[in-house]
Design a protein around this ligand. Structure first.
Ligand SMILES: CC(C)(COP(=O)(O)OP(=O)(O)OC[C@H]1O[C@@H](n2cnc3c(N)ncnc32)[C@H](O)[C@@H]1OP(=O)(O)O)[C@@H](O)C(=O)NCCC(=O)NCCS
Length: 191
């Protein structure tokens, strides 16, 4: 099966089982490809970026967002083991020249959640692009591929949480069609 979607010069092609594979993506000015994470290098690259995502959130609000030891290795292990589960989508963006992982996105199908008043849907948990590759459409391409995969898996919608202070991410998501639906609030009890 082949799905193709074109938007503002970016093309995403998903070949074979849409829940498992994502083919090349081309963007103007930068040669990168989006693919399902499968290799040790993919998970190591995504794990290193995931560690940066954790540190970035901790820097925004150290009380709300934790920081633990061994982030790179722990994140790599977590993503690699999770990738085997049904309904989990882990995509990497690779530089086409040296195959370095320059971004990743991680989402999964989730069942109805009464606490959140949220029916079964897809959730986007992580998206991160290496600083040196930003503003080149990498996140947009990852997001588009992830939404296509979630749609192919039967998700009626995709829901995500993003930090209140994270303006750039909110711009990215709004541009991709997300609307604001919830506001998380935190109260510290030990200070
Ligand atoms: C947010 C992030 C993923 C964007 O990655 P990116 O590859 O640079 O994004 P893109 O180039 O695909 O940008 C697509 C659109 O998003 C918006 N956007 C992205 N970065 C932006 C920024 N720093 N400021 C304002 N708008 C931004 C713009 O509308 C942009 O389109 P444009 O470049 O044509 O104006 C990246 O900055 C990042 O990894 N940040 C740290 C991690 C993070 O915040 N993750 C999301 C929370 S889970």
């Amino acid at each position: 099966m082949t799905l193709a979607c074109r938007d503002e010069g970016i093309s995403v092609r998903v070949q074979g089982d849409p829940s498992r594979a994502a083919g090349p993506v081309h963007s103007e000015g930068m040669d990168f490809e989006i693919a399902a994470a499968t290799t040790d290098e993919d998970f190591a690259g995504a794990g290193a970026l995931g560690a940066r995502l954790v540190r970035f959130h901790h820097s925004l609000d150290a009380a709300r967002f934790f920081l633990v030891e061994g982030l790179e290795e722990g994140y790599k292990r977590f993503l690699a083991s999770h990738a085997k589960s049904e309904g989990v989508v882990i995509l990497v963006a690779r530089n086409k020249i040296d195959q370095q992982v320059i971004g990743y996105a991680y989402g999964q199908l989730e069942p109805r959640n009464w606490n959140e008043l949220l029916d079964a849907c897809g959730k986007l948990h992580d998206i991160y692009v290496d600083d040196s590759s930003r503003r080149s459409g990498v996140a947009q391409a990852l997001l588009e591929a992830l939404l296509n995969r979630m749609r192919a898996l039967g998700a009626p919608r995709v829901v995500l949480l993003t930090a209140f202070a994270n303006g750039p991410a909110q711009k990215l998501f709004t541009r991709a069609g997300f609307r604001k639906t919830m506001l998380e609030m935190t109260c510290e009890l030990n200070q």
